[in-house]
Design a protein around this ligand. Sequence first.
Ligand code: NAI
Ligand code: MG
Length: 363
Amino acid sequence: ATHKLLLLPGDGIGPEVMGEVKRLIDWLNSAGIAKFETDTGLVGGSAYDAHKVSISEGDMAKALAADAIIFGAVGGPKWDAVPYEVRPEAGLLRLRKDLALFANLRPAVCYPALADASSLKRDAIEGLDIVIVRELTGGVYFGEPKTITDLGNGQKRAIDTQVYDTYEIERIGRVAFELARKRKNKVTSMEKRNVMKSGVLWNEVMTAVHKREYPDVTLEHQLADSGGMMLVKWPKQFDVIVTDNLFGDMLSDIAAMLTGSLGMLPSASLGEVDVKSKKRKALYEPVHGSAPDIAGKGLANPIAMISSFGMALRYSFDMGDLADKVDAAIAAVLASGLRTADIKSEGTTAASTTQMGEAILME
Ligand code: NAI
Ligand code: MG
């Protein structure tokens, strides 16, 4: 079958790192390994420059019709003063909202060749391979009321509200359990049931989904604060961690930094499975931004972007074997000593974006 991809390179280093994914896609097509039909759209500052929007209605329609979206990065000082509604980030937020991308997957993988670049002890992180599944569309970032009120006595009161319904916890739980089945078969659910009602419900619903639908997977519960401590102390004890929007935001940034550079970290954002087509809306993007400081210089590390495409192979197209090959190619290139500037050590010469992309392809 032909798979429809929408490529949204965006701004800054976005187009540079996307170029390396395009090279890989073209090669997969010409070698007859897969059949991808790609279309390209504008998002962020580049869409603003062309059409005074953060993403056009035409590109939104393409995004809704695509089997997967491969997204670069948006933003940069050039667009700091554009109207708030059309700021570059608005395009990404619109995609997440209109495609209802409620599940954010952030793997933290430590390539053995880079184990010394981490702030942790080598044996604690060498070969680390975990995924944080963060609920992305609910919780305290969106719950109402969300207000700041003037109390009139020189005091103000700020209110944010954590809201979770059963169905929201069930569907993020299913994403985590399904993922665990393809990995080491273990899920750790993190909340704070000791002080939060939403934590009590989260725990209850995860336990019920597990018992009813995934009894073959190991489920553990961990309070989110001590979970954070354990993540830093011995991260290899985890496989899949599932948690809410706020805790997931923090825990995934912490997990990311266990492994090294921003230029290495991929992510996936998944929506509901469509009942008719059985397909899931999905957007794959590197964790990093548009890196205006190095944009246009050919210095960007394309690995986060390429392994985001690897996640698309795995989660949207059921090409886990091919995704494994992409991961192995990245590991082999790193083991050979090739490094872009962000991951190289003192006194060695850095590879360019293109050199890195080509080396991965050659593997
Ligand atoms: P950033 O991730 O763009 O850059 C942070 C630092 O990491 C910079 O020194 C940069 O050079 C380096 N870096 C990032 N990716 C790299 C790569 N692939 N290879 C080598 N070095 C890399 O974050 P920053 O500077 O906070 O934001 C820059 C712009 O990006 C802002 O406009 C921000 O709003 C936007 N941004 C967009 C995101 C997205 O599109 N999802 C996410 C984060 C930031
Ligand atoms: Mg964050």
